[in-house]
Structure formats: C-alpha cells, structure tokens
Design a protein around this ligand. Sequence first.
Ligand code: ADP
Ligand code: MG
Ligand code: ZN
Length: 617
Amino acid sequence: MKLQELLKRSFGFDSFRPLQREIMEDSLAGRDVFALLPTGGGKSLCYQLPALVRPGLTVVVSPLIALMKDQVDAMDVLGIPATCLNSSLDAGESERRWSRLERGEYRLLYVAPERLMLPGFLQDLRRRHVSLIAVDEAHCISEWGHDFRPEYRRLADVRDVLPDTPILALTATATERVRDDIIRQLRLRNPAVYVAGFNRPNLTYRVVAKHRAYEQVRDYAQARGAESGIVYCQSRKTAERLAERLSAEDIPARPYHAGLGADERNRHQELFLRDEIRVIAATVAFGMGINKPNVRFVIHYDLPKNIEGYYQETGRAGRDGLPAECLLLFGAGDTVKYAQFIEEKSDPNEQAVARRQLQEIVQYAESARCRRTELLGYFGERFQAGHCAACDNCISPRRTFDGTVPAQKFLSCVYRIRERSGFGVGLHHVVEVLTGASTEKVRRWRHEQLSTYGIGTEHTRPEWSAIGRELVRLGLLKQTTDHFSVLELTAEGWAVLKERTPVTLSRHMAPPPASATLVSSPAKRARGEPIRCDETLFERLKRLRKRLADERNVPAYIVFSDVSLRQMASDVPRDTPAFSRISGVGEKKLREFAEVFLAEITAYVEEQRTLRSVPSA
Ligand code: ADP
Ligand code: MG
Ligand code: ZN
C-alpha cells in the first residue's frame, strides 16, 4: 500500500509534514538516514509509519521511559502493535513481552540504549529480523550536545552486531558539530541527510521588561483561560515558590526540577500531561520527556543561559502546530547577576564561553529587529523576509529616536579614555565616567579630569548601558571577547564622531504601564493555522476527551489532539463519513470514538437549536 494511503488509514492524517515522506522513502529503501526536524516536526512518524510496511521489527531507541510509554500508549490507541522493554517492568511482564516478540506480534519495539546493549540482547533480536534501528533524540550520543547520555555512547557498537540493518537517526538539535558527531558515532554509511529549517511558524516570540515578574506571569496565565504552559525559572527555589503562589491563586501549578525525587517529578509531569494542572514551573531539567503537544505558552521568568537553550525550551510550545506564544521576561538585574555568576567560575575557558553566550542572549533580548530573524540567524538560517509578523518587534516596532548626541557622547568618552590612559575599558566604566561617578577606578585613573566626565546626566546608568550595547550592535563599537570585554571604536564609530553622521537608537524598553499589556489580543497572535471554531463545543469535546482518556489511563492528547477537536468544533460532523475526514481520525479511532463524539456533537447542536427556538421574553 502507498505511504499516503496508510497515513490516513492508520494515523488519520491527510498529508506529510515537510521531509517526512523523503525520509521514509530513503529509509525504506535500506539507506542510513540522518534527519534533523524541529521539535513538533513529526519525527516519530518517520519510523512509525514505515514500521507498518516493513517486514520484521522496527527497534526504536529512546532515552526516557516516560517517552517510550507515551509512544506505546499512542500506538495502542491507533491500533498499531508496539511495546517497550525497560527497567520499569517486572520479570514476569518482560517475559510475556519477549514471548510475544518471539511470535512476531509487534511491529515496533521501544528500548532504552542500555537495555539494547546488554550482552546477548541484540543477538537475540537478530533472530527476530530487525529491519530498522531508529535512534530517537540522537543528539544524546554526542558529548557536544546539551543532553549527553553516556549510555547512548554504547550504541556505537550496534553496527558491529547488526551490520546490515539500516539506521535512522533523528534529532532536533541544531549545531553542526553535534550533527557530525552523531553521524560518526553511529557509523552511518553514506547517509541521506535531511535538515529541515528551524523556523516554527506557529510560535510568536515576545520579550517584555521584567517588572513585577510574579504578577506578570499570574496575569498572563489568568488571561489564557484553561490553556497549559511552562514557566522556566533559573533556580529550584523560584520554581517552587512560583508554583505555590500560582496554585494559591487558582492557577493549578507544580514545580519540576532536579532537586525533587524521581517519583515526585514523574507525578508532576504526569499531572501536566493529563491536564490536571495548567502550569509547570520548571528549571531546565524539564524538557526532553515532554511530548505534550498542546503547550500553548512558554514563559522565561529568568534570562536563559544561551540562545540554543532558549530555542529548545521555547520549542516545547505548540508541537501540534496551533498558535502558541513564547514570552521572555527580561530584566537588567538578571544580566548583572549572571555576569557575577560567570566571574565566579574557575575555568577560564568555561568563563569565556559563558560570557559570549550571555552577550548573545542579551543582544537578542534587546534587539529591535525581528526575533525570528535573529533566532534563525543564530542557526545560520536566513529568514527570507526579515520580517515575520509574529514577534513583538514586527507586530509593534520599537519606537526610535534621534540618538546622534548620546551616541557622540558615548563614543567620544570611549575615545578620550583610551587617549588619556593608553588602554581601553569596559562598558561599565564608560558609563561611570559619563554619569560622573566617583569610583575608586575613576580616581585612580584620574578620569574625573576628562572632558567627557559627567556629561551624561540626562540618562540613567541602565539607559547608558543600553545605549552602549546598542552601539555595539550597530557596529559603531566593538567589544573584545577576552576577560575584560574592552570597548573599541570601529571605523564606522570613527566616522560618526568625525563626520557627525546621524544615529538612530531604539527606545530603551520601559516597564509596561500595566501588566495587562502583556496579553496580546488574539488577532495579534494569529499565526500558523488557527482553526476558528465553536469554542463552547470545543470545551465540551475537551471534557469528553478527558473522560475517555482517564478511562484508558492515558493523557488526553493520545485520544485526540487539539487540532482534531478544533476541527470537529469547526466542521461539526454529523455522520461517520464526515467524522472520518477529521484530521487524526484513522480506522481504529473511527471505530472506537466516532459514535461517542458524534453523539456529543449532535446533543450540542440540538441544544443550540432549542435554545434558539425559545422565543425571548
Ligand atoms: P517531534 O518528535 O519531531 O518533536 P512528534 O513526532 O512528537 O514531533 O510529532 C508532533 C505532533 O505532530 C504529534 O502530535 C503528531 O501526531 C503530529 N504529526 C506528525 N506528523 C503529522 C502529519 N503528517 N500530519 C499531521 N500531524 C502530524
Ligand atoms: Mg520526538
Ligand atoms: Zn518578527
């Protein structure tokens, strides 16, 4: 059967996502394939669907038990025979699964890498005729990745035991170094390499001045109705405290961080997956295991460590392709705190890396350019338009002002300091001189005698710092990347000083007048493919879905995604053929769920009709 037909019959989808078909076809042809698709790009389908076509067994290596369980549950509901073997099973259950494997009853087997590499395991599997090894989250094999797992390293030996079995490596991790490392470690042979763009069109990016952070998060979550979100915090304590306060104000929330016991962590994660709580307040420890497709917002309560992490964390929003929002609360205080943090590090290399990363993320946060263009640019991708219509800077461009005078003051101060002292200084000291501070360094270097000393009292110090950083971004100054981050004039900077070229600066981000401004109107979030539907019916279908999911002891999204429910609430199918056209409705789900969903829809439609026919008094 053709892949396309099978896609609708088994998964209920009408079309492939970008590159899915190509990846499947190459892999089915027996080639090794390396596939990099962004989060939510649909990597699982790339081995799940071909598993139905291939003779023999597809073995999927996956790093977390929670991830395996989730996928096996989803396969169950789709009617695809799949199982997993991991340390959470007792001996009896493992036995049962093995004997069913012996009988060839499964199409898919999920295993943890340490299990796969147990002596004899692969040899046993070889008798089962393994037709593909799919390595999911393949970046875990690389020491250069952020999720390195030593157990994954042992996968390097798979090739020796099963030399003829093709391998499919899947990841969402961007850097080239990790990419090359995966290919080398897994010893992929002349692999077909697929790299999708990193753009996530359904995500809206916004940065707002951090002001009263807790209230900002609370108001935001309150305004988002029943939607789920993740709030990333820098410390465990903040995560705990935030979850507590939100819960006390009727926004059910739980913390997640490495300081909690495994049981508690799993419980909180499970509550979130099952929509029992709305918000998870987490440190970066929370992430990879999260397949929840309907995370509608990701907030960064504190400044993320680096751009790559920021991209990964925000990537957990909107896997289902429906609009979702990423909000970064940016406060100058965080920057200072991090900088101090970095100074305390003992390893100078680590320090240099951290310093550069901090500079990059601050640059991102303060930039007046399109956020998407900046983010994608970081991964070496050019965003065609340079303007996305779905980030704060594109939706409401930052106001600018004629910054020629402050730029000249700043630049000449940098120049005068070097002229007098014969060495350059960092941004901080330039600001001290401009604002006429009497610090120990100012006195020691006699900088109070400079003509530029104290000429900048019309701006506050944070304002001057922002201006300085913007001059760096504009290329008028450059900052050395060594320990001292010394400022130097560039040729362009010189030109501004000598020729008095006008300079336009963007307004320093002021704290929002009221936290209400944080919540963008739906029109302003419109992005991706929002499905306009009857919200009342949608809520009702969600309740039905929750009940069915609880009966089956699975998360709601395994029954149907939000996409499916929204489509039902928009198309309002009234019979089986119409229901089967809904995205996500394959053969098995049609048999199992059509009747009860159609009944609910019909009941709703009838109620509306009676309501309308009652003459109003
Ligand atoms: P990834 O592992 O790349 O982050 P997933 O495999 O978890 O992504 O898929 C994300 C979501 O997209 C899932 O809910 C999945 O059912 C859905 N999906 C995948 N492929 C398609 C498709 N071709 N059409 C519609 N939905 C899809
Ligand atoms: Mg995945
Ligand atoms: Zn933009």
